[in-house]
Design a protein around this ligand. Sequence first.
Ligand SMILES: NC(=O)c1ccc[n+]([C@@H]2O[C@H](COP(=O)([O-])OP(=O)(O)OC[C@H]3O[C@@H](n4cnc5c(N)ncnc54)[C@H](O)[C@@H]3O)[C@@H](O)[C@H]2O)c1
Length: 338
Amino acid sequence: MKTYRGITIGSGHFAYIQMDAWAEVKGAEIVGIVSRSLGSAQKLADQYKIPHVGTDIISMIEEVKPDFVDICTPPDSHLFYAKIAADHGIPILCQKPVAPSQEESKLLVQYCKDKQVPVMINENWRWQGWYREIKRIMESGILGTLFHVYFAMRPGDGYGDSPYPLQPYFKDMEKFLLFETGVHWFDTFRFLFGNIENVYCQTRTWNPIVKGEDSAIVQFDFSNGMTGIYDANRVTYMETVRSNAYGWMTLEGEKGKLRLDLDGRIFFTLRDGVEQEHQYEMPTGWKGGCAVATQQHFIDCLDSGTVFETEGEQYLVSQEIVYACYESAKTKCAIHVG
Ligand SMILES: NC(=O)c1ccc[n+]([C@@H]2O[C@H](COP(=O)([O-])OP(=O)(O)OC[C@H]3O[C@@H](n4cnc5c(N)ncnc54)[C@H](O)[C@@H]3O)[C@@H](O)[C@H]2O)c1
């Protein structure tokens, strides 16, 4: 495989996780950093020994002629950078959420499509090692027909006067938990269980200094007949803050049930049996190796010409669920998604 040379745009919290992962990805190399602040771009470049640093994407593209861009800025600048990359015919890896609204997200995806430039949304949750393993367990048939999934999301990082120390901008977001965080689960549930037809959602804001919702309960109706619940609260006290899996999950089936623990361990109980731990090799690295796996998938697909799992149009479907949840919370009615 050739080595694909990329520019990372943005030098904040997640750019560091992204850069750690790029160091592990086969066939990729980041050669330039572009960010709004030259100082923070330089700091990131110094840490990871990246040769080119700047604040202007067009001159950086002309200088290094990259094979891809890795957009890691807040959603309000994704369209701006995606258009420039698409105009230059450069494939795009773009952070979630795609844009501040679904309309702008559609514009971004359509713009890239019109220019025939591949765009993958950097949705890494579905790549957490435990979800890949759970998918394998489900497909083995050991649990039989699946009835119900329940996820309790409890990162425990949203309490008090200084919530979300790693991402303090969270507290100022008008739409927060569903838009920023819940979308990871909506996409992962689609990966594991397929199409979501209807949602019913309730939201709350428990921390008074947070603008958007910091708690939500969503009930799902899947096309395969399953039901599901995403029960999220970032304020509840947790002994382990921001645990590996951010919470715990139970999956119930006809022949048995499965439990994902806070740390990514998987347990299952077959009918008439007792709970046992499922042994598997949990990938190392951030959150079950998901950043490396996502970025490797991007590079592998560029190289083989395969469609990304979270290519733009597919990911818009996951985002559609976010907006259906807001609509449901507002109207107190179940909303049909598709
Ligand atoms: N996939 C994940 O697991 C995950 C986790 C955290 C964040 N994110 C996403 O990553 C993106 C960045 O989040 P973050 O936490 O790193 O934010 P951040 O605020 O910590 O960093 C953003 C960076 O972008 C730069 N920036 C802002 N506007 C810019 C512009 N117009 N042009 C150039 N640079 C600009 C800032 O200077 C900063 O360096 C967001 O879309 C966020 O949702 C994804």
